[in-house]
Design a protein around this ligand. Sequence first.
Ligand code: SOE
Length: 400
Amino acid sequence: MTKTLNVAMIGGGFMGKAHAMAYAAMPMFFWPAPAIPHRKVVVDVTDDLAHDARARFGFDEASSDWRAVIVRDDIHVVDICAPNNVHAEIAIMAAKAGKHIICEKPLARGAEEAKPMLDAVQKAGVIHMVAFNYRRTPAVALARKYIEEGRIGNVLNFRGTYLQDWSADPDGPLSWRFQKKIAGSGAIGDIGTHVVDLAHYLVGPIAEVSALTPTYVKTRPVQAGGVDKLGASEKRTDSERAPVDVDDEVVSMLRFENGAIGSLEATRNAWGRNNFISLEIHGTEGSILFNYERRDELQVMFRNDPGDARGFRTVYTGPTHPYGEGLWPIPALGIGYSETKIIECYDFFKAIANGKQPSPNFADGYACELVADALIEAGETGQWTKVKPQMARDRAKVPA
Ligand code: SOE
């Protein structure tokens, strides 16, 4: 019989919504499910918020005391959907209590904080995952399949961008995402690490970076309460302003360990861009393009295509592509953000059922933190900066 695993979810905001929905929907898509997630306890910062989240997201219980919840014998999985500054404390305590852990990205506020998290999960022998969901878009998984099969030859160049505009308005509130002590960094950690994860997934480890990391909006209106408010819809012109101490944008050149080169750009200040994750990968035998705003589609061009049909063509992902067995029966019915989270949940529960680490796990999350640290340093010094070499060693310790 399929096993049921009780989940304690810490954080009932935007990400809590995405994860709760995935717990409910995963067995509906992937059946037989590797294990059934049971929404047992949701934790938020106040009892009121926790009770709201329980009613809305379908959990049995609500709590405002995560420490008491994560050590309970009836909890099997701890899901960290809280801001970055509490990831480490929760993950380390959950690992010591022997719980499997899924943690929202970025793993931590930097490599120094991520390393003890990695050590704790490895010591405890629990299953761990970092929620870099975009690699779970079927078209991105298809890009990886093509690359692994050698369909575009050796990768020469990777171009990755993540552009949004929710922070372009200077009167948008000073959410925790603009505060170094909570977030660790700005666009680099919040969305740049998604691109770093995609670069690692599709090309391989990044060895060295350059970076420009400006802060355009130096102060923002102080926000009432700790709730994560994104965007101009929440703008305030009447409240006191406080400093922003993180980057608004990163523009970087990359050198990969395997000799490929590339570039990475991330900003939340690009008017007109909503969730524009674009990838362009050139190899010796072809090229691949992906744009998350058209996420059912992968554009491909192979060198050996007939001369009179040269050019990019569009492959619509569907049942014959990665994860197609569980998703929709006809291509182009529509893959959304929700589907990426459902697939993430499926892979995580499969990893628990099989006792085999998924990817990206905490070692991969730590590797992204090492790159994020290098981007910050390169932005400060103006110098090409090597990614700290622990990366290769620690990645090697964890089974793929
Ligand atoms: C805000 O930039 C944000 O919510 C990110 O934190 C998420 O990782 C991204 O998927 C959507 O935008």
